[in-house]
Design a protein around this ligand. Structure first.
Ligand SMILES: Cc1ncc(COP(=O)(O)O)c(C=O)c1O
Length: 397
């Protein structure tokens, strides 16, 4: 079902983008207006309490964000959720678990987010780091082969297995049962990390059966609509001691004499770093408090976006796809990320198409030769008609 009355909650971002049609909700979803008040609340807390603000942040703001995330993902143990300004920091902290070991082996795919890919390729230059990368080329045509390839490579017991839930360069999504199959195929020594950034708050994910068994990454920049500064990681229980660590990792113990040993929180906070701008968490909470009030849940958000995607595909003219050699990279919209991807022949052509669309006020984004179109809560049927009209004008020009 398409919600038609949610635009009013996004009035500032809609006004900010003027007559442009923003089809990059998957990249930077508009923020509801309540996030502006949340930002000001943070400023006022600083003005009122200076350094004392951390008491409120650790006793109220962080626990509230943890509660929201736990509810969205169906997790029991919200204290196992740690935060950082971005997921790069969290993955670096994860990698630092292996600092000082004689070797580190990593299994991942060709479609992982840029910071991870760059970081792991750089580390591969070290003789003690080995990397196995499985191609996602078969994901659309032969998922079984893709999964079997991964399962075969898991037999080598890599130290870390890092994989997306929704792949950033296609929107193709692994189902819960596929992730479970992979979890069951790994050995007990392999740490499984699921990058859920493009699924979190978009696909109705039930992490319950995975709780305590995998690391799960997400954040507020995209579908969670809190913006930057609210990346998180769900962490299995354990006595974790990441070598890359800061004072937040023992916040609860700060008033005690730290002694000579480096202490860590016994929960997910062990993966926290150091002083960070927490306003993203204020915004995150404001968004999800609002959604709770409105009765909006991830399943209803997903149903809205899926219905819009179906309309988008319906109005997309074949002539446009043919003229620009665009190939759709999607099949099953029931379980697909919140963006539709079309590939063209090369990145140069992709850039030209993106500019042509931009000239008509259609704002989308692109990864190489792949054009991505993302729909969100601030879109409705009228936007699809607007898209269709703009494409008609383009065809005439
Ligand atoms: C799949 C995926 N994971 C994670 C991220 C976020 O990365 P970071 O928080 O390090 O900017 C992104 C951002 O685009 C992403 O696409």
């Amino acid at each position: 079902m398409i919600h038609s009355d949610l635009k009013k909650h996004y009035s500032r971002f809609l006004k900010g983008h003027g007559t442009n049609l923003h089809l990059a909700a998957h990249s930077h979803h508009f923020w509801p207006d309540v996030t502006r008040e949340a930002q000001i609340e943070y400023w006022d807390d600083c003005a009122k309490t200076s350094d004392e603000k951390w008491n409120k942040i650790f006793s109220q703001i962080i626990p509230k964000t943890q509660k929201h995330i736990a509810k969205i993902l169906n997790l029991k143990d919200e204290q196992q959720i740690a935060f950082a300004p971005n997921t790069h920091e969290l993955t670096s902290r994860l990698l630092s678990l292996f600092l000082g070991r004689s070797a580190l082996s990593v299994l991942t795919t060709t479609s992982e987010f840029h910071s991870w890919k760059r970081q792991i390729l750089r580390l591969k230059e070290l003789p003690e780091v080995s990397l196995t990368t499985v191609t996602t080329d078969l994901l659309l045509s032969d998922r079984r082969a893709f999964l079997d390839d991964l399962k075969n490579k898991l037999k080598n017991s890599p130290d870390i297995f890092f994989i997306s839930q929704v792949f950033f360069d296609s929107g193709l999504a692994l189902t819960d049962s596929e992730l479970m199959e992979l979890l069951e195929a790994k050995s007990s020594t392999t740490l499984m990390v699921v990058d859920g950034y493009h699924a979190f708050a978009a696909l109705p994910t039930n992490l319950g059966p995975f709780e305590g068994k995998i690391f799960y990454l997400g954040g507020g920049y995209k579908y969670a609509q809190g913006g930057e500064g609210s990346a998180f990681m769900v962490i299995p229980k354990g006595e974790w001691r990441p070598a890359y660590t800061g004072w937040f990792a023992e916040y609860a113990h700060l008033s005690h004499n730290p002694g000579s040993e480096v202490g860590y929180s016994s929960d997910g906070m062990a993966f926290m770093g150091s002083t960070q701008d927490p306003s993203g968490l204020y915004r995150f909470n404001a968004t999800w408090d609002l959604f709770e009030k409105l009765g909006l849940t991830v399943p209803s958000i997903h149903a809205h976006v899926k219905a819009l995607q179906e309309e988008f595909i319906r109005v997309m003219p074949k002539s446009f796809l043919q003229r620009f050699n665009l190939t759709p990279l999607f099949k099953d919209l029931d379980w697909h990320g919140h963006f539709l991807t079309y590939s063209t022949r090369n990145p140069e052509e992709g850039e030209v198409i993106q500019q042509i669309l931009r000239d008509k006020g259609i704002l989308n984004d692109r990864r190489g030769n792949r054009l991505r179109f993302g729909l969100g809560l601030y879109h409705n049927q009228a936007d699809i008609q607007d898209f269709q009209e703009r494409l008609k004008k383009l065809a005439m020009s």
